[in-house]
Design a protein around this ligand. Structure first.
Ligand SMILES: [Mg+2]
Length: 386
């Protein structure tokens, strides 16, 4: 039996041009500005000399700290006992929701695929090799990027020309219901007959009444889904059951609800139509498959949050999922991601084929090869746990 011999955590940083962070904490377009981001490369080594790797570009300091703490507790464990490890970590880190385990579980799945010589989607029981995708926009700005309803509609048309059949709007941080509703209707008028449209206020709207007002615009525009509308944070089952009763547009909730059981309670409370899941937040691919099957058992679809190799591998093994999210994109800057792949893998808006779908990498494990030279050249911290 191969066991976990060590973990390596490598933090690296990278810069983007023409972006800034607004007062609400949203990264938005701003010509001439610059933001610095960090990523985490987690490597797990087994006693047979094999390694699994995962790069998380959204592993914030709290998540990385929890990943480190969990890693310390897993040395010597069976590398193929992901289910047992999930169960133990879930209990051990129940106060924090165990979201930091996601990095470890995904690296263990990469290791399992490499040991077996198979991509993770096949290990999970493959269902498809391409995924319908949508461009998920940056939040609106006041800096000449996505600064008006016309700019959002122009960008939707640009994405349509690339092959996309779906488009999701993140509105402005101000959360002005009239501005948001006008944007919803204008974009629908321009491209609604050719694209599925989604709206994600990302909890910017202030009140339930605001959520209702903008939701009625989604109804009028025939939107595909309406996601995390207002400042309850996406937690109130009562509020979203009420919203569902008053709107025709399907609601997508669960992005901020951690845990299989809590997502189940959201479904049975009739507080969502679609079920949100993210392997990098919901205890990895192991946690994701449980949530996907939970949704399937209720006859519902599970919709993946964020993009990356773990999302692609898991979604490729699931029937009941509609769209893969290319997040976050904007005119002129595309989908700013650091050049960490050495195999052609891309999350750019033009990564889709003529049907608007992205492909699922079929190399062993997560299916990607990381550019270790880029990561090494930008490393800010490195730690070995053994
Ligand atoms: Mg969202």
């Amino acid at each position: 039996m191969a066991t976990i011999r060590s973990f390596e955590l490598t933090l690296f940083s990278y810069r983007y041009d023409d972006l800034t962070v607004d007062s609400a904490g949203n990264t938005v377009y701003c010509a001439g500005a610059q933001v610095t981001r960090s990523g985490l490369l987690l490597e797990v080594h087994d006693t047979d000399g094999n390694a699994g790797e995962f790069v998380n570009l959204d592993s914030d300091p709290a998540m990385t700290a929890q990943t480190r703490q969990i890693a310390l507790s897993l040395l010597g464990r069976d590398v193929d006992a992901r289910e047992q490890i999930y169960d133990d970590v879930k209990r051990l880190h129940r106060k924090q929701g165990a979201f930091g385990h996601s990095n470890i579980d995904i690296a263990l799945w990469d290791l399992a695929g490499k040991r077996a010589g198979m991509p993770v989607n096949k290990l999970l029981g493959g269902y498809r090799t391409t995924l319908p995708a949508y461009v998920s926009t940056f939040h609106g700005d006041r800096n000449g990027g996505l600064s008006s309803k016309e700019a959002f509609a122009d960008y939707a048309e640009e994405c349509l020309a690339l092959g996309h059949r779906a488009f999701k709007i993140h509105g402005w941080s101000a959360g002005d219901r009239r501005e948001e509703a006008a944007n919803v209707l204008h974009v629908a008028e321009r491209v609604g007959d050719r694209m599925d449209l989604m709206l994600d206020p990302a909890c910017e709207l202030r009140t339930f009444a605001d959520a209702l007002y903008v939701g009625r615009a989604c109804d009028e525009g025939g939107y595909f889904w309406y996601e995390d509308p207002f400042r309850d944070g996406g937690f109130s089952r009562h509020a979203h059951r009420k919203l569902r009763q008053m709107l025709a547009t399907p609601i997508l909730m669960g992005e901020h609800i951690r845990g299989l059981e809590a997502k189940a309670d959201t479904i049975t409370a009739e507080a969502t139509d679609f079920v949100r899941v993210n392997p990098t937040l919901d205890m990895g691919i192991t946690g994701t498959m449980k949530i996907a099957h939970l949704a399937e058992a209720h006859g519902l679809d599970v919709e993946f949050h964020g993009c990356g190799p773990s999302q692609r591998q898991a979604m490729a093994a699931i029937r009941n999922a509609n769209y893969y999210e290319l997040t976050l994109c904007a005119p002129r800057i595309g989908n700013p991601k650091p050049p960490i792949y050495a195999c052609g893998y891309s999350e750019a808006p033009d990564a889709v084929d003529e049907t608007g779908a992205v492909s699922v990498p079929q190399l062993p494990g997560l299916g990607v090869i990381y550019d270790m030279d880029f990561i090494a050249a930008n490393t800010t911290a490195h730690e070995v746990i053994h």
